[in-house]
Design a protein around this ligand. Sequence first.
Ligand code: SF4
Ligand code: SF4
Length: 288
Amino acid sequence: MIISVASGKGGTGKTTVAVNLALSLPNVQVLDCDVEEPNSHIFLKPKIEGTKPAHTLIPKVNYDSCDYCGKCASACEYNAIVVLPKRVMVFPELCHGCGLCSMVCPQDAISEDPREIGVIKKGKSGDGSIDLVYGVLNIGEVMATPLIDQVKEEIDPEKTVIIDVPPGTACPVIAAVQGSDYCILVTEPTPFGLYDLRLAVEVLRVLKIPFGVVINKAGIGDRKVYDYCEEEGIPILLEIAYDKMIARWYSEGVPFVDAMPEWKERFAGIIGIYRTTRLHKINTEERK
Ligand code: SF4
Ligand code: SF4
């Protein structure tokens, strides 16, 4: 089972939910795909067992074969390759490494060179109970998606996989969340929280991934997130009240289920809600 934990904006408590959920379930692997700012390791304190570089491929032109026809530039959706009268320019920071330019080149003049974009680290949490894989994007690097794809290649199908998704609703989010059995959307009960929640819901509906909402910092703001969830038939999986102690443990890198173990049952209950919803859906569909 793959569960992703996402939020329409940063700072809502997405990593808090991912880590505390992981600590509440047996046989878990955490993939931190928030590669621009991975934080799960701060709470899980892994012993790192391996680090490997992550690459993307960028085109390299053989000028002995190139006739400057321009087909590579026309094919590139990202304007990452430009053909001038006697020169082909590649912009590595725009290149998604899709390989299309080399496929369309009639002269077979394009080969691909690896370009390092970050690293992937693997380890086990301090007590050895959780496998952790996380990507770290190089500073200044913008190509998060290929690194996220490579982190996801490490998925262990024998485990319950929890994916910490980057914040927002852009391409890296889609790369991280795709293939999930369920997505937990973390939000705050504020107008900003509601705005970003709506965007995230739209994305998940397009991707056809079932989802529910965890409301963090419950008690601040207003009731509009609750009203929205009710109107849209979105299950509220858990509420985490705004609590100075939780904020303090967070700032000290302590997952709050370690300090308040009674919360483990509540987090584990999220999976129960998912299974019941799924069973209900299957039963309802079978009856049709
Ligand atoms: S498609 Fe191939 S031959 Fe044409 S400009 Fe690009 S690299 Fe050169
Ligand atoms: S690999 Fe893809 S993104 Fe990069 S230059 Fe070629 S077509 Fe454009």
